[in-house]
Design a protein around this ligand. Sequence first.
Ligand code: HPA
Length: 302
Amino acid sequence: MTVFTHAQDLIKTLREVTEEGIGMLNAEKTAETLAAINRRTTLRPRVGIILGSGLGGVAEAVENSVAIPYEEIPYWPRTTAIGHAGRLVIGTLEGVSVAVMQGRVHFYEGYTMDEITFPVRIFGEMGIGSLIATNAAGGVNLTYSPGDLAVIKDHINFMGTNPLIGTNNNKWGPRFPDMTYAYDQEYIQVLMSVGEEEGVSLRKGVYIAFSGPSYETPAEIRMSRALGADLVGMSTVPEVIVANHMGMRVAAISCVSNYAAGVREQKLHHQEVIDAMAEAAESMTAVIRGFLRKIARDAGSY
Ligand code: HPA
């Protein structure tokens, strides 16, 4: 009898914990987060930007900005990775109202997929219709070198999970969202033309995401190359899937921070990733600014 009661209590507690977990993304919490952001600014951003390792400098270019530390935003995940500042910067860039995440969280930090993609859900709820994601990536393609920028044209989700697993919130998007154009075709073209105009050479490639945090082995990189990947990283794919789920148009740019494992006879170090990103930050900023300028001209398209 006692055992039975205990078992029932345990089931009840487990159910509550699970519902609380799912509830992380419930409407009430989303509303609380939105209210906290809206208390800090009257601006209603149209474009969301996620800055990867070492690319925080783009946020410095934002005008009339308010910077909100992640700790001050309810339920917003805190960055623990080196090279990530942890602020949401809202303002204008090239006349376009933007919300810039200076720093993101990763699966390898121990966050759940729901937590990682919570900011993108908030972007969607804020009415943001376009997302620009950036990251640091290893060069899998043998013609890529550190310092190169590459527009992501497609991805391979090799993280072993998917941020849409679980109950589907039909208000956010469909159960089985299409991923044929996960990276907006027009945005890819806009980015390529911006590269030409700005004198920044841009490559176009497929990004494969692993969970990390260990870097890949040379065998895993050879496999990635055989599968058609040009770039390898530990981020972006969850956010891009969720942005597509919510019907956003997505543009994504990688900065090649290092040769992927086994491409050169040398070990990989996180510091070289940080250094390469610092060098590429200026070109990345120029590309993002050029992109915003172009889409601002055609305001109806975003
Ligand atoms: N592998 C995975 N993630 C990365 C790499 C890499 O080589 N470089 C930067 N992020």
